[in-house]
Design a protein around this ligand. Structure first.
Ligand SMILES: *Cc1c(COP(=O)(O)O)cnc(C)c1O
Length: 219
């Protein structure tokens, strides 16, 4: 049998991770399938892979809306910027949100979850490199933001997420994330992409978001 390229890639990523894991917790691999059509994702689904990441609500609905009803095991992760007018679609389709980065969005998600009687697992996105153009909560505001999300809006905050600055040593950012996770008392760390997932694994990442290394370069 011919093994599909994406499966080969996934298996080799899993193999490379094994030697780097310090804790007992094996990180989940989110196959970031944004821009790829279902036809390219199917081999991985058939292989039994569960976690997939998308960054646009519209694209995710047209791609996953129907198929997800027939595949209840699949978990969808929202990893892109969420417009507040898209929240109802995001809550209805996705299982995880990795990009909660403002209070208005937190409130919208909370209201929508009540309406839909659904509770997503949510990550607070942190602007770990303190970059002007990047989304995410500043470290200084993290504690109060987290408290508002959990106490006022009753959101299930599973962990924190970051996209570190490019072209800089990622290690320091990931060490900092791991410390913030412990300070906040949350369980999960969403960090590490195709080019730095092993650095993330060494620093206790529990959700890796890997796209091109699995599916190939995006067009
Ligand atoms: C696209 C994307 C990824 C995956 O990037 P690759 O470099 O292809 O692995 C991970 N996280 C976020 C937030 C993304 O938008």
């Amino acid at each position: 049998m011919n093994i599909h390229k994406s499966i080969k890639n996934l298996l080799s990523i899993e193999e490379s991770i094994k030697s780097k894991i310090l804790s007992k917790k094996i990180p989940q691999i989110i196959a970031v399938s944004k821009t790829f059509p279902l036809a390219d994702i199917f081999p991985l689904i058939k292989h039994g892979h569960i976690n997939y990441g998308e960054n646009k609500a519209q694209e995710a609905i047209s791609k996953w809306g129907e198929i997800k009803k027939t595949l209840p095991k699949i978990k969808l992760h929202m990893i892109g910027k969420i417009q507040t007018n898209k929240v109802k679609y995001v809550v209805s389709l996705f299982d995880y949100i990795h990009t909660l980065d403002n209070i208005r969005l937190a409130e919208k998600i909370a209201n929508e979850q009540i309406k839909q009687n659904k509770k997503l697992k949510i990550f607070i996105q942190i602007n770990i490199g303190d970059e002007k153009q990047k989304n995410g909560i500043d470290i200084d505001n993290l504690y109060s933001f987290h408290k508002q999300c959990t106490k006022d809006f009753k959101l299930e905050i599973s962990g924190i997420m970051c996209i570190p600055p490019i072209n800089l040593d990622r290690q320091n950012y990931y060490i900092q994330m791991s410390k913030l996770k412990d300070i906040l008392g949350v369980q999960e760390l969403s960090m590490g992409m195709s080019d730095d997932y092993l650095v993330a694994v060494k620093n206790n990442s529990t959700y890796l978001r890997i796209g091109s290394k699995i599916f190939g370069q995006r067009g």
